[in-house]
Design a protein around this ligand. Structure first.
Ligand SMILES: Nc1nc2c(ncn2[C@@H]2O[C@H](COP(=O)(O)OP(=O)(O)OP(=O)(O)O)[C@@H](O)[C@H]2O)c(=O)[nH]1
Ligand SMILES: [Mg+2]
Length: 326
């Protein structure tokens, strides 16, 4: 299914039911008493956070969510039933911005699974003629109609809540690493831009996100990765993958870091670790040297190969240990 990370939705709360004019029917008496009940309240519209990143894609087919109208009042003074509320399910981490209608300009964020926020209010029910009965108005003919429920058009943007983001140049081995660490089955290819949309995997309850490779100019829209930079802006940890095939490894790292910081300055201070990938293609001596250089700069650095299970399980343990402290 295509990865959809932004949609607009029409939301409509239920209208209130109308009040009605009714009379008690007693033998021999006409209009013996006003007995028209009030209308029910219209249903409210809520945004509800669900753990389903593909939820937004489903709205491409039905882009509106409406709550039920309240029922009209009834005879014998009975209220009409309230309309049912409606839930607009959106992925955890989404931001809801009201573009038009009631509460225009408001922004809501749903950060916890199951969080439920009222976005629109249903209309109040109208009043039946029983309500208007008084000592001077013994046979009221008045009633009021239900009020309209609120309506709005909202934009919903997905901001993934991954704990760690795998970043790096195209072909660095990011998807391969995600697959090796988690049960994910991201597509792997011996060419650039194999990953077109983010892949997620779970490692002992932590969510790892693998995004398309970043290239020079990504922050200005080059390549594919730029679209997803905002998704990793929220991760606690950047796992920077650099292939040992690169001739200038330090430079490869700087290229990607420049793009991150150009995208948003807060990336500068985000915790980053370096993972040198494809260690099977390099000599132990060369690896030791490069790891030493990065560590001397204060960057935790690891060398792995997806072909060497031991290197993966050792890194996996270190990664979980680190994630626990963040
Ligand atoms: N020898 C060796 N090859 C690897 C290793 N990890 C990945 N590769 C190969 O490197 C190529 C790129 O791997 P991917 O995991 O698709 O790289 P990526 O960083 O996700 O690439 P994009 O999605 O294009 O950004 C594939 O041909 C992989 O088989 C490794 O540890 N050793
Ligand atoms: Mg990939």
């Amino acid at each position: 299914m295509a990865f959809v990370d932004e949609i607009t939705l029409k939301l409509k709360a239920g209208d209130g039911g109308d009040g009605v004019v009714r009379w008690l029917h007693e033998k021999g008496k006409e209009f013996s008493g006003a007995a028209g009940g009030n209308g029910g309240e219209g249903g409210d519209v809520y945004a509800v956070a669900v753990r389903d990143l593909s939820r937004l894609a489903a709205y491409r087919h039905s882009s509106s969510v409406s709550a039920e109208r309240g029922a009209d009042g009834q005879s014998k003074g009975k209220h009409g039933a309230n309309g049912k509320d409606a839930d607009a399910e959106i992925p955890v981490g989404s931001v809801v911005t009201v573009l038009e209608g009631a509460r225009r300009g408001r922004v809501y964020e749903l950060l916890k699974d199951g969080e439920r926020l009222k976005i629109l209010l249903g209309g109040r029910g109208g009043l039946g003629n029983k309500y208007f009965k008084g000592s001077r108005n013994t046979r009221p003919m008045q009633f009021t109609k239900g009020k309209e429920g609120e309506e709005a058009r909202v934009k919903i943007e997905l901001r993934m809540i991954a704990d760690a983001g795998l970043i790096g140049l195209p072909n660095a081995g990011k998807s391969s690493l995600l697959n090796a660490l988690t049960a994910s089955r991201a597509k792997v290819g011996a060419y650039q831009f194999t990953t077109l949309e983010p892949n997620l995997g779970e490692l002992y309850g932590y969510i790892l996100a693998d995004i398309p490779g970043l290239i020079e100019g990504a922050s200005e829209g080059k390549g594919l990765g730029h679209k997803f930079l905002r998704h990793i802006a929220r991760t606690k940890l950047l796992v920077h993958c650099i292939s040992l095939e690169q001739t200038d490894i330090l430079n490869a790292r700087e290229t990607v870091r420049r793009e991150l910081v150009a995208h948003s300055a807060e990336m500068e201070n985000k915790k980053e670790i370096v993972v040198l990938t494809k260690s099977d293609l390099s000599s132990a001596k060369q690896i030791k040297e490069i790891v030493g250089e990065f560590r001397a700069r204060g960057t935790p650095t690891y060398a792995i190969s997806v072909l060497e299970h031991k290197s993966i399980s050792a890194f996996s343990k270190e990664l979980v240990k680190l994630l626990k402290t963040l």
